[in-house]
Design a protein around this ligand. Sequence first.
Ligand code: MN
Length: 250
Amino acid sequence: MAVKQTAGRDALGQFAPKFAQLNDDVLFGQVWSREDKLSLRDRSLVTVVALLSQGLVDSSFQYHLTCARQNGITRQEIAEILTHAAFYAGWPKAWAAFRMAKEVWTEDDAQDGKAQHQREMAFPIGAPNDGFAQYFVGQSYLHPLSTSQVGVYNVTFEPGCRNNWHIHQASSGGGQILICVAGRGYYQEEGSPARELHPGDVVNIPVGVKHWHGAAPDSWFSHLAVEVPGEQCSNQWLEPVSDEEYGKLN
Ligand code: MN
């Protein structure tokens, strides 16, 4: 399919109609459009490096960075591309390019991670867990799956997020079951080493046991929290898991 481009005619259609036509119809309409020979992503990669190597970090470079992002080059990939090219094209040129690339890929950091995590999971991430935010370090999300018979909630932790030490209390029955559904996280009972959690892992948490659960420092994590039915159930929230304790993981 031909790439539609009007930048030439928009900017120079009156002043330089031949240049405009070559830009829009030949460079983009014919060369960029040969997707069966080389993908748009790869063409973007070549173009960005070619412009960078000339030290061209003007509006056309910004345009091509934006295209590169749209054509599927990720934040990690552009960082790798510019780092690699820096050795061949020149260090200061890469510095200038990084300043612009950082702007273009700016929102991708957090959103990419969350979107990627959602793609790995059947259950919705849900809304920010504002109701329990005071008992968490970092951002968590909550999506109720079942609020009758047995309460089941999908809890998602962004990297580094964990809940405070806490105890599930009940006069009979009660406790909590965690069913890990995506990402990588941890569960720790007081006095025991932390247990690393992966999708498919199940944790049975008895009443009266002081513990915390949350994400690994470098990974999103989701578990279903099942409220085991019982009498006089309550949660006793305690102190946060300190950075020092949490930092011993990994
Ligand atoms: Mn718990």
